[in-house]
Design a binder for this molecule. Sequence first.
Ligand code: FES
Length: 567
Amino acid sequence: MSTEPPAPVTKRGLARNTAGYGDPEFALYLRRSFAKSMGYSQAMLDRPVVGIVDTGSDYNNCHRTVPELIAAVKRGILAAGGLPLAFPTVSLCEPSLFPTSMHYRNLAALDTEAMLFAQPMDAAVLVGGCDKTVPAQLMAAASADVPAIQLVTGPMLATPFQGERLSACTDCRRYWAAYRAGTVSDEKIGRIEERLATTAGTCGVMGTASTMACIAEALGMMPPNTAAIPAVLAERLRAAEEAGARAVALIANPIRPSQIITEHAVENALRVLLAIGGSTNALIHLTAIAGRRGIRIDLGRLNELSDTTPVLVDLKPTGEGYMEDFHAAGGVPALLWELRDLLHGDAIDVTGATLADRLAEPEFVDRRYIRPRNDPVSPVGGLVALFGSLAPRGAIVKRSAATPALFEMEARALVFDGLEDLAARIDDPDLDVTAQDILVLKNAGPLSPAGMPEAGYLPIPKKLARAGVKDMVRISDCRMSGTAFGTIVLHVAPEAAAGGPLALAETGDRIRLSVRDRTLDLLVADDELARRRSAWRKPPLPARGWDRIVAEQVLQADEGCDLAVMR
Ligand code: FES
């Protein structure tokens, strides 16, 4: 039994945020006593505390390496003189959640923020990886404003298969589309299922998880050159150890998320999003993260940035490479060097360095995957916002993953009322559809019971797919996977469930799309729209629980789909 006297109350380490007994010294005495029940010595408990957000879960394949990463983070913290204390939070795996992981991103952010705030810690390491986890953690850190470092699990490795390489999930979609078209057999699609994701880690293409990792590094919330390290490399564990050590360094010289996530840093992150041909989802997430610091991402400004930012990274879903190629090619630091004249050099990162300080000409760049400015993948950025009578507050199209021949068109709409209607009719042999139609899905936005799933990649109707149709214009108020491709207009705002014009669209209406003019219009007379509006009814609220909170609180896509009370 220890004979040590109660330690004096300080506002560091375990002495932070003592429980409200009305007697801070007793609260600390009790806290230390309980901590000692876990075997910690007084010397350990006197150290500054680094909290480690643990999102390991048997439901989350993308986070399979989290226990090993946390062990490495702890090594780094202990060696640097800190006390590591890991704690669990909500863990979100994209394919494991109903109705969609997006429905729970704000729950993870709420949980993480509350624990960062309520528990005693001087700094934190945020360990995440899968699509919604990293944005949730960055939203939480931005609000709690505890010095914090983002560590990602890293991408999986691609797997050789019959002369090509496969990785989740662009190849999943490519092969599934071929299977639907009847060009891949039952037997082969079964074999491919076992080859798409063969190592630990997040999807191996420039999908949402990879995009968010690059954005976290571009924002400055992650140690340099750690976004793209594959999950299974020893280098990933060394990055975890470094994250732990750097978190301790942040205690002596505090740099808070509020100092890192500035307007200039957000604009740098937007440039990177555009230059990597990144996921459309990342725009929603970055908007939410920035919104936590009172920074608004204006979609008009996005278009200006998009027109002046080339796509330089050549990875799937739009190119050929995988994340392991991007890392070996030089990763985010090489990309930042290439973009240097477009970036704000005064933004600082978790090391305290300004971007200008840390920009350095890389020794080696593999130009197959990170192209020079004079030979870009595309001279303009991957994403553009559209506005018009169908999307007064905007919609997004990933032009780098779309078919340019479909960019300027006016066509008949074939409208699906929701996901059930889509599933029931899309493959009906009698469906009245041609390749020249525009497929429209409504009631799948953030306020809808569907929860804004990644359903914007509407399947090509089977009878058209079997006739060789590869792409059609598809419009919805939901999202699409960052690993998907096609001429797909997403995030229509206001959504149908909020009574946006999309709610009034009907099969047979004409829609005009112009990517050149950034417009998306529903060509229906005002009196007819007024008639339809008078018949429209707001969907009923869910009875209780998280669904009810979301239905009452969630903001539209142009505001990042955050909860109104958390901004
Ligand atoms: Fe987790 Fe793709 S499913 S990153």
